[in-house]
Design a protein around this ligand. Structure first.
Ligand code: GRF
Length: 220
């Protein structure tokens, strides 16, 4: 009886898939947030990597999470993405979290999971999209950078912004030291953003993700 009940509860959970290419620290942070109740009603049902040797895979397995490698080397993008979408559909994934997934998704992929893909980026978007965001920030001379969790659309790091965290630059920062400070903020911001999206407690007002009940500044 208790077993049946547990399954029932599990069935109601929202299923997350985390897509990684490498280290997987954001995936680990999301798993911790799910485990300690900061992302209510969620489970990580799949960690999918596009490289069989992604170090994050074993971190997921150690946590009892199903992992799947859909190797992209030598594959046409269309075919590779089709296989990923099939794996997500088969597992009835509700929300896809890109976490260091080093590939720009095609409009077909984004369309197949419309409004259900999130990404985390290590800058305050729209500043410094693309690769090496921390180096871009240092070289540009900004005094503050940070991280952004956003919905994924067909543009590079361009979808509606869900959460941001600010990090001050230091004069002696290197891309590595800045990246490390931003990363600790990423880990908190991603869990917060996923919790908000799963709660459904927001509205999209143009590009703006507004918590329900919060007054829109333009109305004031
Ligand atoms: C993070 O800095 C994330 O913002 C960027 O890629 C990095 C992934 O790190 N998209 P990890 O694999 O989550 O440790």
């Amino acid at each position: 009886m208790s077993h049946e009940r547990k399954n029932e509860l599990n069935h109601e959970r929202k299923k997350l898939a985390v897509l990684i290419s490498g280290r997987g620290s954001n995936m680990v942070a999301l798993a911790a947030a799910v485990a300690d109740g900061r992302v209510p009603g969620a489970e990580i049902a799949l960690v999918l990597s596009d490289r069989a040797d992604a170090p994050g895979r074993s971190l997921a397995s150690e946590r009892g999470i199903e992992t799947l490698a859909v190797e992209r080397l030598g594959r046409a993008r269309e075919e590779h993405e089709r296989e990923i979408v099939a794996a997500l559909t088969e597992r009835e994934i509700d929300l896809v979290c890109l976490a260091g997934f080093m590939r720009l998704l095609s409009p077909a992929f984004v369309g197949a999971l419309s409004g259900r893909i999130l990404n985390i980026h290590p800058s305050l978007l729209p500043a410094f999209p693309g690769l090496d965001a921390q180096r871009q920030a240092i070289e540009h001379g900004v005094k503050f950078s940070g991280c952004t969790v956003h919905f994924v659309d067909e543009t590079l790091d361009g979808g509606a912004i869900i959460a941001q965290r600010v990090v001050a630059l230091k004069d002696d920062d290197t891309p590595a030291t800045l990246a490390a400070r931003i990363l600790t903020q990423e880990h908190e911001a991603y869990a917060e953003a996923v919790a908000l999206v799963l709660s459904g407690d927001y509205e999209l007002a143009g590009r703006r993700v507004v918590r329900r009940g919060a007054a829109l500044r333009s109305d004031v």
